[in-house]
Design a protein around this ligand. Structure first.
Ligand code: SF4
Ligand code: SF4
Length: 498
């Protein structure tokens, strides 16, 4: 173990930051609570194991190897009001300051989440880590820190990938905390800035604008503008590069009439035994992956499942919720609830399913297809080649069921199914993050491209729309020849019904 780590890890759970965390977990009544004691025991063991596994200096800058700044350190060691956790989940994030603080105070500052945080691994800065961000939120609410541009950079730099949430021994609900903190910050903005932010999100998730963007993107490709932008070297600017990548993938959404025809065919099956399901189409997915809904309908039809595509459905609200507009997100959720009624909802995009699940008990498409009984004699054609599986954070850290994707793909004869190395780290798409923080998004995608270059698969599958667009663009820029698609599209191909 390197001297730097050994010296600092010696602070471990007994260091200054640790003492601050312990005092939070135990409250002001004296000894640590059982939860805090357990967290410290895990923290001690975890930090030791992170360091002891490595013969030389630790390649990851882990929890205790970066000193917090003096203001942050002061906050880390400040006493807290209450150790009592409050119930919270992702669909309940309009919290007042006291509730927000109580949620943040569940963090005992052990730092076990730090090696799992993609932005911390990139920036090597405590303020860009989960522990640092929790402390910033605490400082903001208690008035010890002001909401300036610098603090905003660190909080807005969070991908909300929730890798820290999965790693946290204290069960800090980081996603809910960050959603609520963003909502609290947005609520304090001048009205015109709030209005502009919300308008942007409404436009991005509006199906009419997406249809228009699909048309414009088609023109951009067909009339040589894309090639011109490439030749002029304009893609060296991260924002343009990201927009260019999206324009190459945007298509006109499939009209509801075409989907209804497939639905009618499924409904016409007189022997359909299993209960009917309703397909959620999403918003951006209609333009970025129009083939997913069509393939899903055909596959479900082939399995003899009645499927509807209810009118009146729209955006799931995840973009609004993660960008500080929980009321608008709740409104979108209510609209979908009215459109779907009591139907069993199935969605192809994992981020949308994660958002819809608490209110609509939505199922992820791969799992839903696996769970239904497959008719005897169903024939799947062989597909020869390697398929790499990318696990979106929403599928891995929120739905926590990526096994369904592997299980489904292994039913296709001839396929070699492998996990994309580095799946534990976000690809950088992260909803609107790709548009807002293109530099970080591209840096994170570069790791995925390096893994893909080594693996050289024929296909890359992912269950999330934004990840598919981002990774397809990154792979194309790197000159990799592979197809990026949803697992169910590959299944439809094997069933001959793509
Ligand atoms: S979020 Fe969890 S893992 Fe990270 S420092 Fe806090 S208690 Fe430790
Ligand atoms: S949600 Fe992801 S990016 Fe944000 S602090 Fe946690 S691990 Fe880091």
């Amino acid at each position: 173990m390197g001297g730097r780590q050994s010296g600092q890890s010696g602070r471990g759970p007994t260091g200054a930051a640790a003492r601050g965390g312990a005092s939070r977990a135990s409250g002001q009544a004296g000894g640590p609570s059982p939860r805090a004691a357990r967290a410290w025991s895990l923290a001690g063991r975890g930090i030791a194991s992170v360091c002891d596994r490595r013969a030389g200096p630790c390649p990851r800058t882990h929890a205790l190897s970066v000193r917090p700044c003096s203001r942050l350190a002061a906050h880390l060691s400040a006493p807290v009001q209450s150790p009592t956790p409050i119930p919270c989940h992702s669909a309940q994030n309009t919290l007042n300051d006291r509730e927000l603080l109580r949620l943040a105070d569940q963090c005992v500052k052990c730092g076990l989440c730090l090696p799992h945080c993609p932005t911390f691994r990139l920036q090597h800065n405590e303020a860009d880590s989960p522990r640092g961000r929790v402390a910033l939120i605490q400082g903001l609410i208690t008035g010890q820190l002001s909401d300036n541009a610098r603090l905003g950079t660190h909080l807005d730099g969070c991908l909300e990938c929730r890798a820290c949430e999965v790693a946290c021994p204290s069960l800090v609900q980081f996603g809910a905390l960050m959603d609520a903190a963003r909502a609290a910050r947005v609520a304090k903005l001048p009205w015109w800035r709030r209005w502009w932010r919300r308008l942007r999100l409404d436009l991005l998730s509006g199906t009419r604008l997406l249809a228009l963007l699909g048309l414009l993107a088609g023109a951009y490709r067909r009339f040589g503008l894309a090639a011109l932008v490439h030749r002029a070297g304009l893609l060296r600017w991260p924002r343009l590069r990201v927009l260019h990548g999206l324009a190459l993938r945007l298509r006109r959404p499939v009209p509801p009439r075409a989907l209804r025809m497939a639905t009618a065919a499924a409904d016409a099956d007189p022997d359909a035994g299993p209960p009917p399901v309703a397909l959620f189409r999403g918003c951006v997915a209609r333009a970025l992956e129009p083939d997913v809904a069509q393939s899903a309908l055909r596959v479900l039809h082939r399995l003899g499942i009645q499927v509807q595509v209810p009118d009146g459905q729209g955006c799931c609200g995840a973009m609004h919720r993660h960008n500080g507009f929980p009321e608008r997100a709740d409104g979108l959720l209510a609209r979908n609830r009215a459109a779907f009624g009591d139907a069993a909802v199935i969605g192809g995009a994992s981020a949308c399913v994660a958002e819809l699940r608490p209110a609509l008990a939505a199922s992820e498409l791969c799992r839903a297809v696996l769970e239904r009984p497959w008719p005897a004699g169903l024939e799947l054609a062989s597909l020869h080649g390697t398929v790499a599986v990318h696990e979106p954070c929403s599928h891995r850290n929120q739905l926590r069921d990526t096994a369904a994707v592997y299980e489904l793909l292994r039913r296709i004869p001839g396929l070699r199914v492998v996990a994309l190395p580095g799946n534990e780290s976000c690809c950088g798409a992260a909803g609107t993050y790709l548009l807002d923080q293109p530099q970080t998004a591209l840096a994170l995608a570069a790791d995925k491209v390096a893994a893909l270059s080594r693996l050289a698969p024929r296909w890359l599958v992912t269950t999330n729309t934004g990840c598919a667009a981002h990774l397809a663009a990154a792979a194309r820029d790197a000159g990799l020849e592979l197809e990026v698609l949803h697992p169910v599209v590959l299944l439809a191909r094997s069933l001959g019904c793509e």
